[in-house]
Ligand binder design. Structure first.
Ligand code: SAH
Length: 247
């Protein structure tokens, strides 16, 4: 039995932006939350679902604003759950998909804290869907991989094997990849991926600010540069992109 004096941490996925994609379970928790610690990519409409008396703490990274380190966030969760019943850790999309939710879960459980995970609609599924792109499709794609494009930044040795992904997976969905797009495209082409492979970029997917860009592995880098297409965006690479209706 958990200590009745201590609350519970709910690791909640806020979905990709459109408030209609918030889960009913997540929404109910926001309505009953005592404390909500939220990230940068949580949409304002979802924040409006939070109980007006709840303590709201911003933890995310946004240019020019102070953000908490991962250690500080975990510490904060550990402190708040000692005195509050419902502590919500609210993350954009799904908490476990490139959201560091796993780290928080393990750290809290390691301290004996009760944690419940409420999945969310991840941007890598929702953004292509709002553009009419099915990630799998009979005859075109029977496999899909979610990949981070972020790990190739700086000195950090990437764990992503682009060459094997180029051959083994039919649809690639890349998060945090805009900055490294030239490197990623080069790696895929080097591995022998067809230059004509279609590619879709979706920025601020499912929100009123949604923007999309299409091209091929051959053309996309120049197009991104020409229109100054910026993060946050999802990149989809594969034949399924060809199924997208015109914007
Ligand atoms: N946990 C989140 C992903 C966090 S990583 C999820 O499941 O969706 C942050 C990256 O997600 C961004 O850099 C971008 O690549 C992507 N992303 C998040 N929200 C997005 C949106 N509304 N539209 C497009 N990309 C988005």
């Amino acid at each position: 039995m958990p200590d009745p004096q201590v609350g519970r941490v709910y690791l909640v996925g806020a979905g990709p932006g459109d408030p209609g994609l918030m889960t009913l379970k997540g929404k109910a928790l926001l309505e009953h939350a005592d404390v909500v610690i939220y990230d940068a990519l949580v949409s304002p409409e979802v924040l409006q679902m939070i109980h007006p008396q709840a303590e709201l703490i911003y933890a995310g990274k946004r240019a020019g604003m102070h953000s908490l380190s991962q250690e500080e966030i975990i510490q904060l969760l550990l402190t708040k759950v000692q005195t509050h019943a419902v502590v919500v850790r609210l993350k954009g999309g799904d908490p476990f998909i490139f959201g560091r939710g796993g780290e928080e879960l393990l750290a809290l459980q390691g301290q004996g804290i009760s944690v419940e995970v409420i999945p969310g609609v991840t941007a890598g599924v929702a953004a292509p869907a709002y553009c009419g792109v099915p990630l799998t499709h009979r005859g075109l794609s029977s496999s899909v991989a979610f990949v981070t494009g972020h790990e190739v930044i700086g000195d950090y040795q990437s764990q992503v094997d682009w060459a094997s992904l180029a051959h083994s997976v039919e649809t690639l969905v890349i998060y945090m990849g805009i900055q490294q797009l030239p490197v990623i495209v080069e790696a895929l082409l080097h591995a022998g991926k067809d230059r004509d492979t279609p590619i879709l970029l979706v920025r601020w997917g499912t929100t009123p600010r949604q923007e999309r860009l299409t091209g091929t592995l051959e053309t996309i880098v120049a197009t991104v540069k020409a229109v100054n297409f910026a993060a946050p965006a999802i990149i989809v690479i594969g034949a399924v992109v060809g199924l997208a209706p015109p914007p």
